[in-house]
Design a protein around this ligand. Structure first.
Ligand code: SF4
Length: 351
């Protein structure tokens, strides 16, 4: 089994409409608490074969981020690396730091090759989605700073209805500053925030419009369009109806991957940040052996099984027939199914 333990060391400088980790302002974790957290989970990390520690939410909102990175490198370096993914940020808190160059150097020393900046549309729409009037401006200022530090910049361009107006201008802005764009279909999780976000989720027609503008800027959109055509309720309903889709096989083929989260007050949960399914205990009280025993007995919780019990799977075929399936686009069948269950008022397993 693969394990990811995310430690939430801070809230966020934005409060995005599509956020699945429950972003927005929150008091950061103190450096003392972070050290206590690492001391408690270190024996677990040493026991598990394949375990990575990640930090969330917006790590630069923690005033001690430099010390946290340095401590993590020294204490749990084997499990703590940015080698396989880009540092996600809004840039707002990073740019305000006097020691930002030292932070960048520390990130490079733990493998960071680049930063990932989410973009939602033109300035007005981006700022609306992230709920910050400087959000759009800061993305490009951050890109500029990061590129000067010889790191890559990946713009995670989020596919939604809000991306369409002035998309051409946003792509020109990317070209002017530098860095690469990547189109991403947002996930769906059954939370209040994401239910509201459904109002701007792109449908297949929106995707064609986004793809047309993208291809004018040399972005290869063939795989995006192929994905979008397949991952709608309508497409899913058709393959369930004609028997070419086996729900169980599709979902059990998900990776054997377990997500755990430590909150700012040192509560240890099973599940992603913002999508907890089991409270294991508080790290101030839990003994290291107890943590190891409990975690080793837990099943994986990747995709569908992070939100709904497998017992609900057999309901999907009949539920999908009870309404007219739409053509909104999802990042996976699992997300599409979660939405079908959620709008059919099937109870999820989140606490
Ligand atoms: S930047 Fe990320 S963590 Fe912060 S609110 Fe937005 S989606 Fe959530």
């Amino acid at each position: 089994m693969k394990y990811t333990i995310e430690i939430t060391i801070a809230g966020c400088s934005t409060n995005c409409a599509h956020c699945y980790v429950d972003g927005g302002y929150a008091k950061p974790m103190s450096f003392e608490d972070y050290k206590r957290c690492v001391e408690k989970i270190k024996p677990l990390l040493d026991t598990l074969d394949n375990c990575a520690v990640t930090l969330g939410n917006e790590i630069f909102c923690n005033p001690d981020i430099f010390k946290i990175l340095e401590y993590s490198k020294n204490q749990i370096g084997k499990h703590f690396s940015y080698e396989s993914y880009y540092v996600p940020t809004t840039g707002i808190a990073l740019l305000s730091k006097s020691n930002k160059k030292d932070i960048i150097d520390m990130l490079k020393s733990v493998g960071a090759k680049g930063f990932m900046l989410a973009l939602h549309g033109n300035e007005a729409n981006h700022n609306l989605i992230v709920d910050n009037r400087n959000g759009y401006k800061k993305i490009f200022e951050t890109a500029d700073f990061v590129l000067q530090e010889n790191l890559d910049v990946l713009y995670n361009v989020i596919v939604s209805k809000k991306l369409i107006p002035d998309f051409d201008l946003t792509l020109k802005e990317i070209e002017a500053v530098g860095g690469k764009p990547r189109l991403t279909v947002p996930i769906f999780v059954p939370t209040k925030r994401m239910r509201k976000y459904q109002a701007v989720r792109a449908d297949i027609k929106d995707c064609y419009m986004i793809a047309e503008t993208s291809s004018q800027h040399g972005i290869d959109t063939a795989s995006l369009l192929n994905h979008c055509k397949l991952h709608t309720e309508k497409a899913l309903a058709e393959i369930i109806e004609n028997g070419t889709f086996n729900l169980k096989e599709e979902l059990i083929s998900s990776p054997e991957w377990m997500f755990l989260n430590v909150t700012k007050n040192l509560n240890l949960y099973c599940g992603n940040a913002g999508a907890h399914t089991l409270y294991i205990g508080n790290l101030n009280n839990l003994k290291c052996d107890e943590i190891i025993d409990t975690v080793k007995k837990l099943p994986s919780n990747y995709d569908y099984t992070a939100y709904f019990s497998m017992n609900n799977l057999n309901k999907v075929g009949s539920l999908i027939k009870s309404f007219t399936p739409d053509e909104m686009v999802y990042s996976s069948y699992s997300d599409c199914i979660c939405n079908i269950l959620d709008k059919s008022k099937v109870k999820n397993i989140l606490i």
